[in-house]
Design a protein around this ligand. Sequence first.
Ligand SMILES: CC(=O)N[C@H]1[C@@H](OP(=O)(O)OP(=O)(O)OC[C@H]2O[C@@H](n3ccc(=O)[nH]c3=O)[C@H](O)[C@@H]2O)O[C@H](CO)[C@@H](O)[C@@H]1O
Ligand SMILES: C=C(OP(=O)(O)O)C(=O)O
Length: 461
Amino acid sequence: MSKIIVRGGRTLKGTVRVHGAKNSVLPILAASLLAEQGSSVIHDVPALDDVTNILQVLAALGVYAQHQDDSVKLNAESLTSWEAPYELVRKMRASFLVMGPLLARVGKVRISLPGGCAIGTRPIDQHLKGFEAMGAEIGFGQGSIEATVNGKLRGARIYLDIASVGATENIMMAAATADGTTIIENAAKEPEIVDLANFLNAMGAKVRGAGTGIIRIEGVERLHAAEHQVIPDRVEAGTYMIAAAITGGDVYVDGAIRDHLGPIIAKLEEMGVQVECDENGIRVCALKPLRAVDVKTLPYPGFPTDMQAQMMTLLLVADGTSIVTETVFENRFMHVDELIKMGAEIKVDGRTAIVTGGTKLSGASVCATDLRAGAALICAALAADGNTEVGGLHHIERGYVNIVNKLAGLGAEIYRAPSPEDVIKESEKAALQPDNLMKQFEQRAAASAEVVIRNIQPTLA
Ligand SMILES: CC(=O)N[C@H]1[C@@H](OP(=O)(O)OP(=O)(O)OC[C@H]2O[C@@H](n3ccc(=O)[nH]c3=O)[C@H](O)[C@@H]2O)O[C@H](CO)[C@@H](O)[C@@H]1O
Ligand SMILES: C=C(OP(=O)(O)O)C(=O)O
């Protein structure tokens, strides 16, 4: 198993750049399915496992994708399938975001039910309620959902029981080319919803009100390809802000957007961390002892659940006791047991964790149980005495581009120790690179030429 190894105690200093937002790029790539004409170009696409995965799902549906640096060009003019392969959907819940665009574009979709995962059961009833209200017929069988619509989807008024990010996105995409107007009430307000709406509008859609609780989508005849720059990742930015604060450091997070990080900034300031924002990024400086604060996760603009685990690690080094309440997912305290291995004092009671600050953290062998739990363990390791080995890297690599290099660039003592299987996988991957394939071909050609010459020479002699 590959591991990240951190020797704690270094103060982080310098500048770190934030990549494009995972949670924006996934629905935006799914939305590219809606373009009947031309090639969409998406900029600042982070090189994450989740991105590779959704691109594979799109490829299986007939989308032709080309990478250039951190941009991706996608042509969805000729779709070839309406079935998202089980093997790919199983790997990533967000694959479910192709359901809305496929229903709109092809009128038919088969996709496996996304399972629950470490952080909660994560049902999809609100997505399906929206599609049904728009005229789709939904059937279940053998772990899959099949949805069909007779003719076109129809605009509808849809009240979401929960302001679900994924359901809001899926319904927005389905509604973009529906007959008539769709109104989503109690819609999610996250910045990623606004980013998706901007992309859809650039494709010719008429989406109004994204970022508020009521989104109005006037269906248009068809959508075309568009160019779009993904917003910076607020969770990645927030994670580096916490990493800076937990080491008493001074870090400029290049690309972080103040308006997307309101609750993180507010909590850091309540704790006594100095935060300065300008139009290009956010500087975090934590020189004084930190104060304990209470944190409750809520849908945007509340404190993001995706920052709860990282924030909890910062509370461990503050003076006093803090209460952390998780209201979005029912099982998102999996990092607590791992933090306890590092000497943390945390008591969990249902959806509340009582965090005793000021206890000394020490290095241990721990494992990421989900993406943000992994980020939190790395933050804790930066502040701990001695070496920490963090396993479960496949979770972390879903959401952080080059986390090891970025932290090392800020002065952390951190490296990635690959497993023997990883070394083999890397050499297999390298062998498949076009340059290396050509070299292998040339080597084989030279070797066989040598054999031929050796075989021929005695005859000639
Ligand atoms: C790829 C992506 O963007 N992922 C983010 C998205 O996930 P995702 O879109 O899956 O999260 P949702 O907003 O849908 O989920 C919020 C809550 O609603 C519940 N729910 C959701 C849908 C539904 O049909 N029924 C239902 O009960 C979920 O179980 C959860 O308890 O928003 C979450 C909440 O900010 C973030 O943690 C994830 O990082
Ligand atoms: C929970 C997360 O992502 P996903 O919805 O893709 O599982 C996350 O980004 O923290």
